[in-house]
Design a protein around this ligand. Structure first.
Ligand SMILES: [Zn+2]
Length: 584
């Protein structure tokens, strides 16, 4: 609690200079810009224009910043004015609050709505905190928080509070200090309809989670119902100080840990963020229940090179994750996706298994291509789509992601990974990306290559089945090296299942019969059918081994646990041995 008094301080230059002295420019710039020390100065990427080589310099001695490219510059107040898009007085007030220096009250005109809103929200946060601490009123809510495993320290650090039952606890309490209009604009209260004058509280019987901006000001609230009243979570409405699509929860606390961690973890819920902080994973933030926007991505991009998202495995979450990945890649960030066990969120995970449980999951995180492989590809396969459709859908997802990435080097890396994972030529994918970037449709090039590939595979499978129909005596040897699962084409696989099961003659069912009849028609030239079967089998085994090799090699690249690395290296060596043997 800052317990600001709005009286007593003398307004004027004295106050402004006190705030200036108490505000460390480097520290304030570092809330939003990653800086590194060069001699007496600090340098980083300019937050006011887009650049790849740092030309933004901060001089702590002179208390000034300057960008050599776009020529912006000024003192700490100017920096806050420009980066927070506020006027001079508001900038001084924000820094004053941050430094714990009382803000002189502003009477009459020139007050500024923004300042008044922040003041009202701060009073509200104070009141909610006090109600939570109240021995009787706060008891049930505190018991609930204790059941969720939240420590006393976390409650204080995140300033959790309670909006008690009743319609006007807060309105009554703040009315003497805050005008009705401001209470409504801040989203704390609303006007009663038709009863003349009067306000009622927006948040009632809820656990209050203050939404704190990087400068330390409360800009709104997230509120969780303490009974069954819907909605379970209620957020402050947007206001001149709170924009949902740009707000990042817990960034005020996370930013100190970013430099060392080198990455930012983004979770979905406020309690997920608090739980990870409490477990010591303090480079964690959350959004206000929205997918990541370009605004979020830009904010992150100024702070870290890499963002790790969490994914809890449901289909709706998968699409939201794909959108978030797209926004982050487009901002030039490296992205990882941390896959959580089914039914778990970060909160339940660290509650059950602590920091170690989290670290294990983080170590096994996927890159975007692997995420597509696991979730788009497998989901499509599981829903009964043809293999070609699943492959096509996955590749289109990758092409769509890559088309949004501005840096050609990163695009190339992404496509190399996709080519390796899905076994298609990189050139086709880059053509798809080029078409997409020109606003064209990407279906055709991607579809063409996938169909072509399928035809090649089906051709090989048909060749083997034809040979086996002509020379059934070869089946025993083939059966030892291949299983029906090695056939990709659904028709071929059905026929193989039937043959592998030991049936003789031709199948009569609808699945295998047409294909069997087609293949059984003897070709004019008499071939050495057992030799054909042997050759086709060998090529199918090679195909399976190469695919396995690709997959294991990729997993080795991303594996971080030592025992997993060792196991994968053994497997890769064994595959290489088998490939060598086959080529003898
Ligand atoms: Zn600049």
């Amino acid at each position: 609690m800052t317990g600001r008094a709005s009286m007593g301080a003398r307004a004027g230059d004295d106050w402004v200079e006190r705030v200036r002295e108490a505000s460390d420019l480097v520290e304030i710039v570092r809330q939003t810009v990653a800086l590194r020390r060069v001699g007496r100065n600090w340098v980083g990427l300019c937050p006011f224009h887009s650049e790849k080589t740092p030309s933004f310099t901060v001089s702590p001695e002179r208390g000034l910043y300057h960008c050599f490219s776009c020529k912006v510059g000024g003192d700490v107040f100017k920096f806050v004015q420009e980066s927070e898009k506020v006027g001079f007085l508001e900038a001084v007030e924000m820094l004053s609050r941050r430094a714990g220096i009382p803000v002189p009250s502003r009477h009459g005109e020139g007050g500024g709505v923004r300042g008044a809103l922040l003041e009202a929200l701060e009073h509200a946060a104070d009141s909610y905190e006090q109600w939570l601490r109240d021995p009787t009123r706060g008891a049930a809510a505190r018991a609930y928080l204790a059941r969720r495993g939240l420590s006393e320290e976390s409650l204080r650090a995140f300033r959790l509070g309670l909006a008690p039952e009743g319609w006007q606890n807060l309105s009554d309490r703040l009315r003497a200090r805050v005008g009705d209009d401001i209470l409504c604009q801040a989203g704390l209260a609303a006007r009663r309809d038709g009863e003349g004058r009067g306000l009622y509280d927006r948040f009632r019987h809820r656990l209050m989670i203050p939404l704190v901006a990087p400068g330390g000001e409360v800009v709104g609230f997230g509120a969780r119902a303490l009974d069954d009243s819907p909605p379970k979570y209620l957020n402050s409405p947007e206001s001149p100080v709170y924009r949902k699509s740009a707000f990042v929860y817990a960034l005020d606390r996370a930013r100190r840990a970013l430099q060392e961690a080198g990455e930012l973890i983004v979770v979905e819920g406020y309690f997920d963020a608090i739980a990870l902080h409490q477990a010591g994973v303090t480079h964690t933030v959350a959004t206000s229940g929205t997918a990541l926007t370009a605004d979020h991505a830009r904010t992150f991009q100024r702070l870290v090179p890499r963002v790790a998202l969490t994914f809890d495995g449901d289909a709706a979450g998968r699409d939201a994750t794909m959108r978030s990945v797209g926004a982050l890649l487009a901002a030039g960030l490296e992205v990882l996706i941390v896959d959580l066990p089914a039914g778990e969120d970060p909160d339940t995970l660290v509650r059950a298994r602590g920091r170690v449980g989290w670290e294990e999951r983080r170590a096994a995180a996927y890159d975007p291509v692997e995420f597509v492989h696991r979730y788009v590809h497998r989901a499509a396969t599981a829903s009964g789509s043809q293999p070609a459709d699943a492959q096509e859908r996955s590749l289109q997802a990758v092409v769509t992601l890559a088309a949004g990435v501005p840096d050609p080097v990163r695009v190339k890396l992404l496509l190399e990974r996709a080519a390796e994972t899905f076994g298609v030529p990189e050139s086709v994918l880059s053509r798809g990306v080029a078409l997409r970037q020109q606003g064209g449709r990407i279906e055709s090039p991607v579809r063409a290559v996938v169909r072509e590939q399928q035809r090649g595979e089906a051709g090989l499978e048909r060749e083997l089945l034809r040979a086996l129909l002509q020379a059934p005596q070869a089946l025993d040897a083939v059966r030892q090296r291949l299983s029906p699962e090695d056939f990709r084409d659904p028709g071929c696989r059905a026929l193989a299942l039937w043959m592998w099961a030991g049936h003789a003659g031709l199948p009569s069912d609808d699945v295998g019969a047409p294909l069997a009849r087609e293949l059984a028609v003897a070709e004019p030239e008499r071939l050495d059918w057992p030799a054909v079967a042997h050759g086709a089998t060998r090529r199918m085994v090679l195909r399976r081994l190469r695919e396995k090799q690709r997959e294991r090699t990729h997993r080795l690249k991303v594996a971080t646990a030592e025992d997993e690395q060792t196991r994968l290296m053994h497997e890769i060596a064994e595959i290489a041995r088998q490939l060598h043997e086959l080529s003898q």
